[in-house]
Design a protein around this ligand. Structure first.
Ligand code: TXE
Length: 492
């Protein structure tokens, strides 16, 4: 059993209680590593170390260019270690090695992009309407950022927070998911190797239910950047509100892949499959609803089932595997319970709908790629986030109907549109209530493009230039050179 330690104030430590959590491999259900089970005391120490580091001249007096350079060096180191980190992630969360390797090979770009932005954060000189008075703005870091991350793409989603937060000059306490902390603890070594001052990045591991609130409410924490479920996100938001702390929240969705009757069906089928089965449905942007125009509904579902049925289920460390296990036991139970709910509500199970009956998979948390047809938009399977390989197919009549159904959920993270018509593409991209709209593609993300949710899918944006503003605050500076000082009893 491999043992990992937390990084607090530059020291590698266990939990102060001496407790551990066993990390389980979702492929065989066996514990393979252990991580510290931090308590509120560990969190307090990490937050205060991060605050100390924020004020320490080794970080606060570092030039923005030097800060950016550190992030670039970190990017190179991530690239060097990407294979090793990807294997850790796959062993810990069961997602395909192909998927985790490609995420890890892409991750350095976030650190390069925001590293490059570090010394381009500049205020403005305002031609203020008062003679003899100068006014300019400074964009300053907020202080200590609590980065709370989930288990589905542990390092990628952490990078989306850490890269802009550090580029802006903040320090960080990072709490990865209790289900997938190993790669975070391995990754934390890289900050040391690059030469970040101690305490700039701290990693605490433990159960969200035991340390989440202590972290969010700690007075040293200035802001919370969270990715996870919407119920937890709501709690984090409420706790942050009592300290008047800003948040960025990325909370998942029920994204629609809309297939119009003029679409290239081969491409649309690949897009729909990649949206829901590629990561066993465990992505916030999962296209978990396929909205298909009635005139092509039969042909589309027939071909979709044919294609999805060929997906190879197996060991996620095998590069030929296309569908791996579900990451956590609670998630596995949740997915199976939604399959039952869909059946009970009268949706027609067209593919899958159970665990694969194969001896080599029986210890893992596997669910077959599952497709439900005849789904009505008001069914729970069409409204609630399952976060598993379960697709709901819904028929629509025309453009207005498609948009109405697509927008008829509490979420608004992403949407896909499959059409050859430019008019339909533009119309849909304008009317869809979603932070991302893909036309004739799906699951494309980039460090350059803003990502985030409408409605209950979240607050704020990650990636792209504007993401840096999530980690900055503006100060207005006034300099008055007038002599003598005018009437003190009148506003200037
Ligand atoms: O997530 P949680 P869970 C959705 C998905 C899934 C559901 C539940 O639908 O089925 O959420 O998953 C930490 N204060 N997504 O329970 O609880 C926790 O330790 C502060 C969507 O695993 O949201 C972890 O680090 N933090 C999603 C992080 O929150 C707390 C990704 C996320 O865990 C806390 C994952 C608390 N009180 C799940 N309680 C996406 N948007 O991609 C827990 N945490």
């Amino acid at each position: 059993m491999q043992e990992y330690r937390m990084l607090i104030g530059g020291e590698w430590v266990g939990a102060e209680t001496g407790d551990w959590i066993e990390s389980v491999n979702p492929f065989d259900g066996k514990a393979w590593a252990r991580i510290p089970r931090a308590g509120p005391g560990d969190v307090r120490r990490a937050a205060s170390e991060a605050r100390r580091a924020f004020l320490d001249p080794s970080w606060s007096r570092l030039t923005a260019s030097a800060r950016g350079h550190l992030l670039m060096k970190l990017a190179d180191l991530i690239a060097e270690h990407s294979d090793q980190l990807a294997r850790l992630e796959t062993t810990d969360n069961g997602k395909l090695i192909n998927e985790m390797s490609s995420q890890l090979r892409y991750l350095p770009q976030w650190f390069r992009y925001f590293g490059g932005l570090a010394d381009k954060i500049q205020g403005s000189v305002i031609p203020i309407d008062k003679p003899g008075v100068f006014n300019f703005t400074r964009h300053e870091p907020l202080g200590v950022i609590a980065a709370i991350t989930p288990w589905n793409s542990p390092l990628l989603l952490a990078g989306w927070k850490l890269a802009p937060a550090l580029a802006a000059g903040n320090t960080v306490v990072w709490k990865p998911s209790e289900f997938s902390s190993v790669s975070a603890l391995a990754f934390a070594r890289l900050f040391e190797l690059v030469g970040f001052p101690r305490g700039v990045v701290n990693v605490v591991t433990g159960y969200g239910s035991e340390i989440g609130e202590a972290l969010v409410s700690d007075p040293a924490i200035a802001k919370v950047a969270f990715t996870g479920g919407d119920q937890t996100g709501q709690r984090v938001y409420q706790t942050a509100a009592s300290g008047i702390k800003p948040v960025t929240l990325e909370l998942g969705g029920k994204s629609a892949n809309i297939v119009f009757d003029d679409a290239d069906l081969d491409n649309a089928i690949k897009g729909v499959v990649s949206g829901i089965f590629a990561a066993s449905g465990q992505t916030c942007i999962a296209g978990s609803r396929a909205l298909v125009q009635r005139s092509i509904y039969r042909e589309f579902t027939r071909r979709l089932i044919e294609f999805a049925a060929t997906a190879k289920i197996g060991n996620p460390l095998d590069t030929s595997t296309q569908v791996g296990p579900v990451t956590t036991r609670p998630q596995y139970d949740k997915v199976l319970s939604y399959i039952q709910i869909a059946k009970d509500e009268g949706a027609k199970c067209l593919l899958g709908g159970q665990t694969p009956q194969r001896p080599d998979l029986e210890d893992g948390w596997f669910v077959e790629p599952t497709i439900f047809g005849d789904v009505r938009p008001d069914m729970r399977i069409a409204q609630e986030e399952v976060f598993g390989p379960v697709l709901a197919v819904i028929a629509f009549e025309d453009e207005d109907d498609a948009i109405r159904i697509a927008n008829d959920t509490i979420y608004g993270l992403a949407a896909g549109v499959w059409t050859k018509s430019m008019r339909r593409a533009l119309l849909a991209s304008e009317k869809l209530e979603a932070g991302t709209v893909w036309v004739n593609t799906y699951r494309a993300v980039s460090y350059m493009s803003p990502f985030g949710g409408y409605k209950r899918s979240g607050i704020g944006r990650e990636s792209g230039i504007e993401a840096i503003n999530e980690y900055l605050q503006t100060k207005s500076v006034w300099i008055d050179v007038n002599e003598p000082v005018p009437d003190p009893f009148v506003m200037r």
